[in-house]
Design a protein around this ligand. Structure first.
Ligand code: NAD
Length: 176
């Protein structure tokens, strides 16, 4: 039987830590499901990229890391306003899986209560490989490229991500 594991994240943007953890999970299971969480969100400082842009960044980065894409399934998952039904919502959108990998205690709790095996994967350089740090450096003109795979930096340049983030941070300022 094919064994599948799922990892769900916002991937705003995907970084080197996400790719390391994906490689690690693929040593333990046959197939990896990457759930792109908060898929309805985009164009805010916290969630600047659309689900489609995140699919593109992840696909390119996984391929660049020489991960066999026939072993990976990418699925966008919009949030629901009710934690108690979120697991059923995820199940309705995803290929079947047995193991849930997450560093997020709420995600592990919800799946554990639904009877799934959960595992907490190792973190890689969490202070740097962290979406908030990367978005912050992009707005402030810092060195962000080294924190993401080259393929992700390429998509960011293609969609003019730095300009978008800088504009979004001005909008946040005006709304305060
Ligand atoms: P995240 O992007 O912070 O992280 C995703 C995973 O990547 C983590 O679990 C962690 O294991 C791994 N990771 C992150 N940094 C790493 C590093 N440096 N090295 C190695 N691994 C690293 O995502 P998150 O906040 O856990 O995302 C959960 C998603 O699930 C969100 O979109 C959230 O909205 C959604 N969610 C929704 C509901 C609901 O709709 N009711 C409920 C629960 C969760």
């Amino acid at each position: 039987m094919v064994q599948r594991g799922i990892i769900i994240g916002r991937f705003q943007p995907p970084h080197r830590g996400h790719i390391e953890v994906s490689k690690q999970i693929l040593r333990e299971v046959d197939e990896l499901i990457v759930g792109i969480g908060s898929a309805q969100e985009s164009h805010t400082s916290e969630n600047p990229f659309t689900a489609g842009e995140r699919v593109l960044m992840l696909t390119r980065a996984l391929a660049e890391a020489e991960i066999d894409l026939s072993r990976v399934h990418l699925i966008p998952i919009p949030d629901v306003n009710n934690n108690a039904i979120w697991v059923s919502h995820v199940l309705s959108l995803s290929p079947p899986f047995e193991i849930v990998y997450s560093g997020n205690p709420l995600v592990r709790r919800l799946f554990k209560e639904a009877g799934f095996k959960t595992r907490k994967p190792p973190m890689f350089k969490r202070k740097e490989y962290w979406g908030t740090e990367i978005r912050d450096r992009m707005v402030k003109g810092g060195r962000w490229e080294e924190l993401v795979p080259e393929a992700v930096a390429g998509v960011m340049r293609e969609i003019k991500a730095v300009d978008r983030l800088k504009d979004l941070s001005k909008t946040d300022y005006l709304l305060r």
